[in-house]
Design a protein around this ligand. Structure first.
Ligand SMILES: [Zn+2]
Ligand SMILES: [Zn+2]
Length: 260
């Protein structure tokens, strides 16, 4: 039994609707889904509506660093209101992406800080997206006292030094399909080494399908492949890794998976 702690299930990615996709995941043993509500107000509302309708789905609310440039006071106010909802288990994904630079870096940093402040007000954990900005990300988490609420470094793709600092700041490490890629040696090292009560698994669907499904549209069922790979790295049975990561998700996000 696994929990996919980070998936995007928006209609634009799954035009046939999320239910079929989630049925396939449940058949594969994935019993809980954290649906990331970013992109636009419409997309955030869709994530919340899905979580309101299905007891095995929870939502997050945030502004992806790609979209930071479009975050004005009006949108922030709307998202603040939505983030308060009971089924919203975290603020995110928020962070810095200096690889794509879809939004100006100073604006990314400003929005990141604003939403950490919101998470602290709401006492909800944070889901962090970080790419090509390791030191800047850690600096902001530290400046803004993100440790007060902690959270998750999603789609972990940094090295052991970063992992050590993130763990110290109260952030768990979530592994996506990237960990299964051949050249991901640094990430594999961290996945093998990190404390067992601080690791999670996710798909980040529709992106980053794990090997052996790389290149396909990723969906929550595929988290099984990532979990099996991480279990192999750690030398533990898949069942043990699944139980541990689900417990971790429950502790970190308060998601109580529904069995039937
Ligand atoms: Zn991300
Ligand atoms: Zn994501």
């Amino acid at each position: 039994m696994l929990i996919d702690t980070h998936c995007h299930l928006d209609p634009q990615y799954f035009p046939e609707g999320a239910d079929e996709t989630l049925s396939r995941a449940r058949s594969a043993g994935v019993i809980g889904f954290v649906c990331i509500g970013v992109g636009s107000l419409e997309q955030t509302e869709a994530a919340l509506a899905l979580a309101a309708r299905r007891p095995d789905v929870w939502a997050t609310v945030g502004v992806h660093p790609h979209d930071a440039a479009s975050c004005d006071a009006l949108l922030e106010a709307e998202l603040r209101r939505l983030a308060n909802a009971e089924r919203v288990v975290a603020v995110g994904e928020i962070g810095l992406d200096f690889h794509y630079d879809h939004s100006p870096r100073d604006k990314q940093a400003q929005v990141f800080r604003q939403f950490i402040q919101l998470a602290r007000e709401l006492k909800k954990p944070i889901v962090v997206h970080t790419r090509s900005a390791p030191n800047e990300t850690l600096q902001i988490l530290s400046d803004e006292k993100a440790a007060d609420v902690g959270g998750i470094i999603h789609c972990f793709s940094e090295d052991k030094a970063f992992a050590t600092r993130a763990l110290d700041l109260g952030f768990d490490l979530s592994f996506s399909g990237i960990v299964t890629f051949k050249r991901a040696l640094d990430i594999q090292e961290v996945a093998a080494w990190a404390p067992k009560d601080r690791i999670l698994v996710e798909t980040d669907s529709p992106y980053l399908a794990p090997i052996p499904l790389r290149g396909k549209r990723c969906e929550p069922a595929y988290v099984l492949h990532t979990a099996r790979f991480v279990a192999g790295l750690r030398g533990v049975p898949l069942e043990e890794l699944a139980e541990q990561t689900s417990q971790n998700a429950q502790r970190r996000l308060g998601v109580l998976a529904v069995l039937n």
